[in-house]
Design a protein around this ligand. Structure first.
Ligand code: LRH
Length: 465
């Protein structure tokens, strides 16, 4: 088999990247083409994403990717979930809001007054997150004049191809998709006064969305198709989590830690609802039965605040090395406390939760954050096991967090299960694999795709101590 190549765009909440993925001859690898910062930007009307800059980075990255690897056959896009742009006649009406903007709180109250959470859970299977798209739509005045709304990867695909679709894994995070049907719940949209005309046709991962518009062919340098992948980043990450059996849990750890198991059938029980476990749709009709734990956001926001205080950069690996030298118990706080969600003075807010137990040295403070994330991971792993009725025997921790040895070890210690860490770029690999499969360059089943990952990306093992 010869080597085939695709381009993967992976946009995370703190950084984005464009990669070349190559597969064939027993290999699966990624070449980083560009990496660019991302994050909330404060505007007069609240927190947004600098979407214009993101889009420019995507086009520049794709141009460079094609220059470096003329064999590229397709492009796939994934990003964080729930956020969207509204369009009229093909024009973006406003810069997309950031999900951490507080305006959706009013949407929560209004939506729950019409459709209580218990009903929503039966319909859409989603855990309660105050920023789920339906709450944002409910308070979005621009919808009245819009003819469509597109989630971030779909929006970029639209700008690249002119074709407006909703990729199904990401669409499932809107709260407007039936958990069992996988189709738009028009009746719910109607009750919430969300115009169903803004909900685009659904497509599954592997579908060709369209081909690059002529002006982009000129810029990027090749006439290419844009393929739908698991465009929710977590869906792509779970594709490339090399789960060896149903007894493996996963933690996709970046800004968030998404902790759960993969299921073939939903578990729409009162217990699952009370535990706030979600059913996001995965690639190939699987369910990602998981809980959102506030992940490395706690650490990155803390470091950002300390850097602002010092007027100097902090070296994260150095800080974590010092944190791992801390001896004795550090206090643990609830990583999911709602006071930690908005950007701002993270050290101050964590200290407020810890009271007089708050560590005074930075290494001990960082250790406290890591241990608190690991404690929340352990809770969620145990709940996933209880709710799914599975006895778990291992945890695959993928994403940026897999490089954080302290976190991996703490997770193993607190769960009593071995943690198999990596791949760090699981999301981009999942994106590449789904494109490659659509092109006939990768095997057919998820299990076979994961076997390719396992054979090419040996994990680092952390045994519980
Ligand atoms: C992770 C993620 C997560 C969502 C959140 C908004 O990047 O997509 O799965 O809950 O961002």
């Amino acid at each position: 088999m010869s080597v085939r190549a695709v381009a993967a765009v992976d946009l995370g909440a703190t950084s984005g990247r464009v990669m070349i993925g190559r597969i064939g001859d027993g290999k699966l690898d990624l070449e980083l083409v560009s990496r660019f910062p991302n994050g909330p930007v404060e505007r007069a009307d609240g927190l947004h994403w600098d979407f214009g800059a993101l889009y420019e980075h995507v086009v520049a990255g794709l141009t460079e990717a094609v220059r470096r690897e003329p064999r590229i056959e397709s492009i796939g896009m994934d990003s964080w979930a729930v956020d969207y742009g509204v369009l009229k006649d093909g024009e973006l009406l406003a810069e997309p809001f950031h999900y951490r903007d507080e305006r959706s709180a009013r949407g929560v109250d209004e939506v729950h007054a019409i459709a209580p959470f218990s009903e929503l859970y039966q319909r859409n299977g989603l855990q309660f997150l105050p920023f789920n798209t339906l709450y944002q739509y409910r308070v979005d005045e621009r919808l009245a004049e819009a003819d469509t709304a597109l989630l971030i990867p779909d929006l970029i695909a639209f700008l690249l191809t002119g074709v407006a679709v909703a990729e199904r894994t990401n669409a499932s995070t809107t709260g407007l998709l039936g958990v069992e049907s996988g189709d738009w719940d028009d009746e719910l949209a109607d009750r919430l006064s969300i115009p169903s005309r803004i909900l685009p046709p659904l497509v599954d991962p592997g579908t060709t969305i369209g081909r690059l518009r002529p002006e982009l062919v000129a810029t990027i340098g090749k006439e290419l198709p844009v393929l739908a992948v698991g465009s929710h980043d977590t869906a792509s990450a779970v594709v490339a989590a090399p789960l060896s059996s149903p007894r493996s849990a996963y933690i996709s750890c970046g800004t968030w830690g998404l902790v759960g198991v993969e299921l073939a059938q939903p578990v729409l029980t009162d217990a699952a609802r009370t535990a706030n476990f979600t059913h996001e749709l995965g690639v190939d009709g699987r369910y990602r039965f998981l809980h959102n734990v506030t992940g490395l956001w706690l650490l990155s926001e803390t470091v950002r605040a300390w850097e602002a205080e010092d007027g100097a950069r902090i070296d994260l690996p150095e800080l974590l090395a010092a944190a791992s030298e801390v001896t004795g118990e550090v206090p643990v706080f609830d990583a999911n406390d709602s006071s930690l969600s908005a950007p701002g003075d993270m050290p101050g807010r964590i200290a407020a939760l810890l009271g007089d137990r708050a560590p005074s040295s930075r290494p001990a403070f960082a250790r406290s954050i890591v241990e608190s994330i690991a404690a929340a991971f352990a809770d969620a792993v145990q709940t996933a096991a209880d709710l799914s009725g599975r006895e778990l025997d291992s945890i695959h921790l993928v994403g940026g967090g897999s490089l954080n040895r302290l976190l991996c070890q703490a997770t193993a210690d607190r769960t009593g299960l071995p943690v198999l860490a990596g791949p760090v770029e699981a999301t981009a690999l999942g994106n590449v694999l789904v494109q490659a499969r659509a092109l006939g360059a990768a095997p057919a089943t998820l299990e076979e795709l994961r076997a390719v990952v396992a054979a090419t990306h040996a994990p680092t093992r952390f045994d519980p101590r």
